[in-house]
Design a protein around this ligand. Structure first.
Ligand code: IMP
Length: 186
């Protein structure tokens, strides 16, 4: 069994990764080390800078993940600012910005970054297309889940179970890709 540390404070992200990686011989261990989420232009840059920071004090294989919501009518906002925007204007603020807007397309994007000492980091991406709902619906999940309806679904992530959300989610797709890379590198 290989130990793989997941640098995250988010229990939900950890449990999802743990369940998926266990059958592949990886024991995923959550490490809430924290790292500065620098203001960068892309999720990839945020993840890579996180890797650089964690590597300075931690010398085991680890992964971290960064995600964001990109709303077309708002030119990609909140994007890399998703966390800040969630804790400031929140869901009511986003719905207000879109009030009267018919074109409500949005994309959730996720980046997983995997690091092993002395090796180049591995970066994988996942995305989920959908629309922003007219109002908050559902109490499951976290963050923007209650206002995001993925394509091919009729309800928000906030109205779905974790298993349902994982069939669509940006993070599940990115994790699948990382698993394939790790499987090949075994
Ligand atoms: P982070 O990857 O944890 O930094 O997430 C950035 C922001 O996007 C946070 O405010 C999260 O709540 C939000 N976010 C990331 N992934 C999801 C998701 O799957 N559903 C809802 N919100 C998300």
């Amino acid at each position: 069994m290989r130990t793989l540390y997941f640098i995250t404070s988010n229990k939900g992200k950890f449990l999802e990764a743990k369940e998926k990686l266990l059958p592949l011989g990886f024991s995923v261990v959550q490490k809430d080390l924290g790292y500065p989420e620098v203001q960068a232009e892309s999720l990839e840059d945020v993840a890579l800078q996180g890797i650089t920071h964690v590597r300075m004090g931690f010398h085991e294989p680890f992964m971290l993940e960064d995600a964001g919501l990109f709303i077309e009518a708002l030119h990609g906002f909140p994007g890399v600012y998703s966390k800040y925007v969630f804790f400031t204007i929140g869901l009511p603020g986003i719905l207000r910005l879109l009030s009267g807007v018919k074109e409500r397309k949005a994309i959730f994007r996720s980046v997983y970054a995997y690091s092993e000492p002395r090796k180049k980091p591995i970066i994988v991406f996942g995305e989920c297309k959908g629309i922003i709902s007219m109002k908050k619906q559902g109490t499951h999940g976290f963050g923007y889940d209650p206002i995001f309806i993925p394509d091919c679904a009729e309800k928000t992530f906030g109205e779905m179970t974790v298993e349902e959300k994982n069939q669509f989610s940006h993070r599940a797709k990115a994790l699948e890709k990382l698993i394939n890379v790790l499987k090949d590198s075994k």
